[in-house]
Structures are given as C-alpha cells and as structure tokens.
Design a protein around this ligand. Structure first.
Ligand SMILES: [Zn+2]
Length: 699
C-alpha cells in the first residue's frame, strides 16, 4: 500500500473534461474513488488469503471489513497525496520544462528510495534479502513511470499513445494505484513465503540476513522475563515445592544472583527500568497511558545499533510498541488487539506512526482516528488474542531460525505471563495439592495500598489454593524456559548464547495484608530472580549473595558484549555486575556485604505513592496516601521479610528512617527533574479492555 503513496498516476492525466481545467473537488473525487476502491479490493484479497491459510488469530471473517477499511483509507490517502503533487507540479510549469527521462528516473529513484528504505529497515530487516529486493524492485519498476507521469506530462509519449485515450487513462490510474497498493504485499508473500507473513503479532516479520560489520563475533542474547515471579518461589532460591527444575538446572550452569531487586512493583516502570538501566523517576512511565520518552534507548535499540537483530515476544500488553518498547525491535509478537493486526498494511502503518510521532514529534491524532476506524467492525472484548508461552516460544524459535547463517547475532526478549493472574497452570504442571485449573485474584485489587488499605484475609483453604495454583504456574513457566533452552541446545546455540532469566516484580499473597502487585514496595514485590547462563563467558554454579538490581542488567550486558551505549543514549543508573560475576568463590561474607548495591524503588498507584531504599543492612519504605505518610524501617539481616517495623518501636530507628527518607526524597526529586516529557500512548478500546482485565486501569 505504501507503494501507492509516491504514485501519482491518475493525477498525471489531464482533466476528465478536455479543454477545461478540472476542479479540485472533482479531481479528488475521481482519483480518490478509484484508489479507495482498488486498494480496498486488494485488502480483501489479502484478508481472504490469510483466512484461507488460517493465519487469523482473532476476528475470523470480520477481518474482511477491517481489511477493506484499512486499505481503503490508505488508498484514499495515497490519492490525496498524488493529487496534491500533481497540482503543485502543474503550478511549477512542468510543460515549460519538459525534462527528459533521466530526470524522471532520478526523481523516481529518490522518492522510492526515501520510502522503500525505511520500509525495508523497519519491516523486512534487510534491503538485500530476497523479499527486500523483490519489494524494492516492485516499487522501483512501478515508481519510475508513475512518478514520471505524475510530475512530467510529457512522458506520456514514452508511456504510450494508449494513455491518451480517456477511458484508458482512467483504467491506467486505477491499475497503477492497485499495483502500488498490492505489489509490496505480493512480492513479500511470493518471495518470502510463509515466514514473511505477519500472523499473530502486531509487528512486521523481518527476514533479516544482513551482516553488520564487527557484529559477527558477538554472542546471541536471550532475555526471559517471567512476569510476576517471586524469587522465593524457585527451588534454587530455597522454595520447598518442586517448582523450578529447569531454572535450577540453568542456574547450576551459570550464575545466580540470590538478592536482586526490581525498581518498581508492576510491569511497565519495572521493565522500562530493566531495559534502559535507568530508574523509573527518570522515565515517568508510571501513569498507565505513559509511553517511554522518545530520548530513551531501550536495550533492543542499543543492540540494534551494534548490529543485532532484535525480537520482542511479549504476552504482556504493557511491554509492547504502544508504550515505546518497539524501539530497535525488528519483530514483535504480542497480544493482538485488533484483527487488522494480521494485515501487512497494519504493520507498515504502525512503523510509519512511530516515525511520525517519535522521530518527527508530530501529533498522533490522525493515527488515532485511523485506528478507531479500522477497529469499527469489532466489539471491544472479542477482538483480541493473548498469546501463551507455547505460541511465543514457537515464534521466538522461528525468529532465531530465520536469521540462521546470516552472520548477524540476535537479541530476543521473551516476556511470559504464565505466573501472572489469572493463574491458569498447564494441566501437566498441577502437581501440588490444592492447585486448581484456574484461579483469579480476589476482587478489589485496584483499591489496595499498603499500609493504608489492606485486604480482608482469605479463608485458610482459599489462600492455600492460591499459593498452590501460583506454584503450578511457576512450574508452567519453568517448563517453557526448559523448552527454549532445549531448543537452543538442539541447535548448538546454547553455549554461545547469553541467557538471562528474571522477572519484573513479584506477587503478594497476604505477606503484608495485600494480594496481587503494585500496592507496596515490600520484599515480596521487589525481590526477583536473576540467573545468567553463558558457558563460554561466565562461570558455572556461582551464586552471588550481594544485593544487586535489575538496573544493573543493561550495563553488565553491554560490558560483556563490549558494546558501547550509543552516543545519544542517556546515562545509566545501574553498574556492571561483571566484577561480582568474575570473583572467585570463597570470599568472606564481609566482602560480599561490602558490594551490596543500594536498591531504590518507587511506585505511583492511583493517588498513592511510595519509595523505598535497601542497602543490604536496612530497608526504609516511605508510603503516602492522600495527606497520610508512613515511614517504616526494617532490619534487612535479622528481618528480611519485613515483618517488624522498628520505626514504630525504637526512637533511633525512627530517626535513621527519617534521615534515609529525606535522602531518598531528594534523590527522587533530582531523578524526576531529569525526566524528558512523556507523551501518552494511544490506548485503543481493545487494549484498554485487555489492561483492565489484567487488573490495571480499574478504578
Ligand atoms: Zn509484570
């Protein structure tokens, strides 16, 4: 469809009524009518092909009206653009100039290159892959005559005398718009085959095979984020139940950080912090609609700049291009909230929107209107598809295989929701007594905020069932990790791949009177697993007891890969963990303790907020709710589970807590002053419904 944009075919032709200049409205109606109809027709063809090939995850036959609308709008936009180009060209007096074919060809090449190149970069991944060449060739073949006709009426002579016949001219215009709309798709499908066709994802499917200089030696990187996984529910972290045989084995082959802390107790700020190495107050993504600021460089963008191809396979709707996590990502698969997301036109438009909003800073409103229009044929709740672990793992492996032998390393971020409520453990993993097939959280999670608003305790049996079902979910996630690891091993890639497994936050099971996550900064919400396995680069079986943080992951990885952060990337708050990773075992506890990193965490939840500081010796949590403030102080060594608030019982503890709180306050204010303004993301109704179902946005 984008092929239609540079094309001014109908506009090339003289007005319908000979002798008299055609009015602008008439010309617009004529050209837009033809373009809309033909573009919509090609959209329908694509939709039918996808339905027949069973590539439509949601919506079924309703993909047809979505396709007609999506492509129809694109056709109309292309028509308006070409009428505008022709009108401007006419004013410049093209007849007087009559440049030759070489000028026409040069103009066409420039226009086509300006459009085809970004499409290749964003969608196909490599301009010189078979699919890329086919698309570029199609655009070029189409573009040269089309641009020539649009800008230079004289070239009608070259195109052929036939186009001087009026009815043929109209048909030529229709044909050209139709071809411009359809050719990129046809080329990609014909040449690229199945794997080039986006199906369940909301992003283009790249076929990257380019070679980036200097990147060939670098290892692949797999980052697995098991959403909502408490560190203390893994066997290797001391849990009683057999929840994690695969993760325990992975830890035995690599390094396990026993005390790792997230910087926020729910997904978006925590993952933003993990992927940028920067603390949430700098990022400002706490509000539900907030998007990662344009100046931020998440890990995928940094690695892409270093020659990696990056894929994001995320079951969490917050970890999606909508919120700025698509930067640097060549392939995205995630919750599909509109059936139109199955169409190629949707992916290319999503890329164009990102460029429009993020790079050019132009208003997002036109895209919002278009998305609302395309979503019209669907109801809010029915039109979506939540991928589970098996599907995302399969997509990830396809991504790995697609670039095999290309000499370009890959970075894949897999974010699984198996441990996020509602808990739905795989049937084979419900090995614990009391575990149920499905269990949601109790009602009212959005109203909790500790220590101000706690939940009513659950009946004993219910809490046991909740815990057992969660454990079964941990086993389900663990099995998925085992599957990925086994698949990499079978491909001979495991030893040369850096595998990092972690979580974005934990989950409360009435440890402090709450459930779910987001409502406090206690240990059960911030203590997350962190396992690194890279047999060729890191020691095996090492356990680091020092306190570390998720913000340390990016600096560690950059140092391990010998990749410099891009010059425009903002400063990192984290520090490399390599000195800890490479230390010999057997050092004293004092030495370990001396390397504790100070972990800062923040949360804004509704009208409440909290900040926390952990230095390995003590934990200070400041919680605010309306005009109320509570400062708590816990002895991190004697009372790691934060059950006894010393600020309430000991004057010196209260004093130390107040000092720490003041320091924390000043630090967070300073971090926030560094924040770049954060534009809100567009939330379509289906995405909103999805987030509501996850327990967010609920009022
Ligand atoms: Zn999460």
């Amino acid at each position: 469809m984008t092929g239609g944009q540079p094309a001014p075919p109908a506009a090339a032709h003289p007005p319908a009524k000979a002798g008299r200049p055609e009015s602008l409205t008439h010309e617009l109606r004529r050209v837009a009518g033809a373009a809309t109809a033909t573009a919509a027709a090609f959209g329908l063809v694509e939709a039918v092909v996808r339905i027949l090939r069973d590539e439509v995850a949601i919506g079924g036959l309703r993909l047809l009206p979505a396709a007609a609308l999506l492509y129809g709008v694109l056709g109309a936009a292309a028509a308006v653009a070409q009428v505008a180009v022709r009108r401007v060209a006419a004013r410049l007096g093209p007849r007087a100039r009559q440049p030759g074919w070489h000028v026409a060809a040069g103009t066409a090449l420039a226009v086509i290159a300006g459009i085809a190149w970004p499409i290749n970069r964003a969608w196909i991944g490599d301009a010189f892959s078979p699919a890329g060449l086919a698309v570029n060739g199609a655009l070029l073949l189409l573009g040269v005559p089309v641009v020539a006709c649009g800008l230079l009426p004289s070239c009608e002579r070259v195109v052929g005398a036939a186009t001087r016949v009026r009815w043929l001219r109209v048909r030529t215009a229709v044909l050209v718009v139709a071809l411009g709309t359809a050719l990129p798709w046809v080329a990609a499908v014909v040449v690229g085959g199945d794997s080039d066709a986006p199906s369940s994802g909301s992003g283009g499917r790249p076929r990257a095979s380019g070679t980036a200089a200097g990147a060939g030696e670098r290892p692949n990187v797999l980052l697995i984020v098991l959403d909502t996984l408490r560190a203390d529910r893994l066997g290797c972290q001391g849990h009683r139940a057999a929840t994690s045989p695969q993760l325990d084995a992975l830890a035995a082959r690599g390094v396990r950080f026993a005390e790792c802390f997230a910087a926020a107790p729910y997904t978006k700020p925590s993952v933003a912090s993990l992927l940028t190495g920067r603390l949430p107050p700098r990022l400002g993504v706490d509000p539900f609609g907030a998007r990662l600021p344009a100046g931020e460089r998440p890990l995928a963008a940094m690695l892409q700049a270093a020659g990696y191809r990056a894929g994001l396979f995320s079951a969490n709707a917050f970890v999606a291009p909508t919120f700025g996590f698509g930067r640097g990502v060549e392939q995205y698969v995630g919750p599909q909230v509109s059936p139109a997301a199955a169409l190629i036109g949707f992916h290319v438009l999503a890329r164009l929107r990102d460029a429009w909003v993020e790079a050019a800073g132009l208003p997002e409103a036109p895209w919002r209107w278009y998305e609302a229009l395309v979503s019209l044929p669907f109801d809010r709740s029915g039109a979506r598809h939540d991928p589970r672990a098996p599907e995302l793992v399969a997509e990830l492996l396809r991504f790995v295989d697609a670039g095999a032998g290309a000499g370009r390393p890959w970075f894949a971020h897999l974010q699984l929701m198996e441990t996020h409520a509602p808990y739905r453990p795989a049937p084979g993993q419900r090995v614990f007594a009391d575990a149920r097939a499905e269990m949601g959280l109790p009602e009212g999670a959005a109203h909790l905020f500790l220590p101000f608003r706690a939940a009513l305790p659950l009946p004993e049996g219910e809490l046991a069932a909740l815990n057992a079902t969660y454990d079964a979910c941990v086993r389900t996630a663990d099995a998925a990790v085992g599957e990925v690891v086994a698949a990499l091993e079978a491909r001979g890639l495991l030893d040369s791949t850096i595998v990092i497994v972690t979580s974005d936050h934990g989950e409360e099971f009435f440890d402090h009177g709450g459930f779910g996550h987001g409502h406090s900064l206690h240990r059960e919400l911030l203590h997350v697993p962190l396992i690194w396995c890279a047999p060729e680069r890191l020691p095996a079986g090492r356990v680091v007891a020092s306190q570390v943080r998720l913000i340390d992951v990016v600096p560690t990885l950059l140092e391990l890969l010998d990749v410099a952060a891009p010059p425009d990337a903002p400063a990192l708050d984290g520090e490399s963990l390599l000195p800890l990773l490479r230390r010999r075992s057997g050092e004293s506890a004092e030495e370990e303790g001396a390397t504790d990193r100070v972990a800062v965490a923040t949360v804004e939840w509704g009208g409440s907020s909290a900040m926390a500081l952990r230095d390995g010796q003590r934990t200070v949590i400041v919680a605010r709710d309306g005009g109320d403030e509570r400062v708590q102080y816990f002895d991190a060594l004697a009372d790691p589970n934060e059950q006894s608030d010393l600020a309430a019982s000991r004057a010196e503890a209260a004093e130390a807590a107040a000092t720490a709180a003041a320091t924390l306050e000043a630090l967070i204010r300073q971090l926030a002053s560094d924040r770049v303004s954060t534009p809100a993301a567009t939330l379509d109704p289906a995405t909103k419904a999805l987030l509501e179902q996850l327990g967010y946005l609920g009022g």
